[in-house]
Design a protein around this ligand. Sequence first.
Ligand code: ATP
Length: 238
Amino acid sequence: RSGKELLGVGELVTGYGAEPVLHGINLQVKQGEMVALLGANGAGKSTLMRALSGLHRPVRGGIHVDGVNLMHLRAEEIVKHGVVLVPEGRQVFPELSVLDNIRLGAFLYPKDMDTRVEEMLTRFPRLRERLYHRAGLLSGGEQQMLAVARGLMSRPRILLLDEPSLGLAPKVIAELFAALDALRDEDMTILLVDQMAALALALADRAYVIEGGRVVAEGSAAEIAANDALAKAYLGGH
Ligand code: ATP
């Protein structure tokens, strides 16, 4: 994919208290690309995703989307610039219906609500069957699909997915990843964190490996998948 850069992260530093967790992260995502972010537990992937979406305050560096500087903007302003996080652990509203959860994703853009809800139900047919159920009663996979649908209702230009496959059965993961593949075919730009490194690399165009808050490797997904040392460290078991 030779699109133009959509997301640019430069020398991003942040942490909790005095101790930095990210020590100057550089990465780029082009329009229409799917980029995987790999790394062991505690490497800083979630912190990066939260910093990009304004949920965690970056200390230094730059975050640009389509040339606009998003550093120090609040989360709701960042969403308006098209950066939408589907957080780890799904975080649907368990007491609300599936339909209401989907609708909540459109709080910024209530126009054409019914048409867009319908699009989501076509994309995730399981949600149609559960439309009036409480979200808390859905299976893990259905909740993850709901979380993605809710994110898509915010009209993302770039979708940040943090561990979407966590805790899901292989068959459900395959279904979810097929939905992500379809999104990418529609030119959605995606930054994906997932412990299922081999699966993420099979889907992604490029990948970054983060270790101790630093990018230690980057390349095409095929290059990263073929790198023996990285495979040992990150792909083992998957
Ligand atoms: P995981 O896959 O386990 O979520 P990760 O790569 O996403 O790992 P982060 O969750 O970003 O890693 O955590 C990076 C480091 O920051 C870890 O050392 C973690 O203990 C620390 N950390 C994360 N959240 C907080 C917090 N709220 N307060 C203090 N330290 C935190």
